[in-house]
Design a protein around this ligand. Sequence first.
Ligand SMILES: Cc1cc2nc3c(=O)[nH]c(=O)nc-3n(C[C@H](O)[C@H](O)[C@H](O)COP(=O)(O)OP(=O)(O)OC[C@H]3O[C@@H](n4cnc5c(N)ncnc54)[C@H](O)[C@@H]3O)c2cc1C
Length: 424
Amino acid sequence: MNQPERESMEVDVLYVGAGPATMASALRLMQEVESRGLEPPTILVIEKSAEIGDHMLSGAVMNPRAIRELLPDFSEQGFPTEYVCDNDMTYVFFPKAKVRLPINPPFFKKKGYHVVSLSNVVKWMSERCEAAGVEIYPGFAGDKLLIEDGRVVGVRMGDMGVDREGKPKPTYQPGMDILAKVTVLGEGVHGTLTKQLINRFDLHGENPQVYETGIKEIWRIKPEKHRPGRVIHGIVAHELLNAFGGMWLYDMKDNLVSYGFVSALDAENPYHDPHLIAQRFKTHPFMRDLLDGAELVRYGAKAIPMGGLYSQPKLYTDGAMIVGDSAGFCNAERLAGVHMAMKSGMMAAEAIADAIAADDFSTTTLGGYAERYRKSWAYQEHYAARNFHGGFTKGLPFFFINEPVRQFLTDGAGLQDEIRFKAG
Ligand SMILES: Cc1cc2nc3c(=O)[nH]c(=O)nc-3n(C[C@H](O)[C@H](O)[C@H](O)COP(=O)(O)OP(=O)(O)OC[C@H]3O[C@@H](n4cnc5c(N)ncnc54)[C@H](O)[C@@H]3O)c2cc1C
């Protein structure tokens, strides 16, 4: 069979994935070139979901710091905030009871954070990107990094019309090659191309990346139980013996609540089942009461990168950069990655603007991304939490003694700094 020829197209900047990291990056890049009087680059974003925002696990309590830096008048522009948190609390749950902590741990302080649907946020940002001249192609999955002479030169899309063994069927269509001066990977956790890049260029961090599974459910509860502005975090004492993790709950518009449970995937117990734990917690008297007469609207699950600072890969190589969850930007102790993802994308964009100005897309200019990161609040935030997950890998007793020492006495170091751990 004569195979159709593979098509190709060229752009200046290619973003893989349309999440908060790449949307913020594309927008910042357009702002930067305009303020520096540079020729606007051609920017393309490819996203594997059919519609932008479809792969976001809706609902997040977002630190507004990054979006405020990106668009200071984001609220006036109609950013889709549902509520601003004005009532944050932490409970310790026991099988039949709960105790509210008199002091909310610093990392669970969420007052002033924005409760959002992440899907709506990404859609809103994508509209701003398109208005600024960014092309966005939903329904296109990057499959393979294109590498020439030791530098990344673009991405090959997945072939269509292949059988289970990968052999072409009569409907075969080869995926297009997109050639770019710089390719920015913002695929979220465990990205296909990110893994290729990290392995090919040996960009591994000092620790391996480790993950938690986040189970999330959106429930419509009785109106009299709905509390706008409430954000609850819960340490579930009896489940901690199985695996590291905890629950959260916050109210969204239309009498909805987002309930979720995260648990680490490096548990030693082979029967550890994150979904079962999330279901089991719904039988707790607190949840039984809340969900009495409620209706399940949506549910889903997704991995969260939890390794922290020492699990971050090197952020760039010749012709490529990694942003957001793909580069381990999630803050493990706060369970917050949206603002870190946005900030990483913005710092990458500033380095790309340098590269455009110098017409040099090598590590010499792209390395400005890592330099900006080292000087940023995002680095300080990651640095303060650097031994959070590592502390847990040393066992529960160590973790509970270490936590106050780490948080309040030693500026994040704890009883042992730079803890090394293995992949779970
Ligand atoms: C259950 C759960 C609850 C969370 N709660 C919060 C919270 O309350 N507050 C908070 O700040 N953070 C929260 N987070 C973390 C936050 O969602 C992430 O840190 C953030 O979404 C990371 O953004 P990103 O742009 O890096 O990646 P993502 O948001 O994961 O976006 C990546 C995009 O890339 C696309 N993609 C992937 N591979 C390809 C490919 N090869 N080709 C084309 N497209 C591709 C995906 O479809 C996706 O749309 C939570 C995470 C989970 C799982």
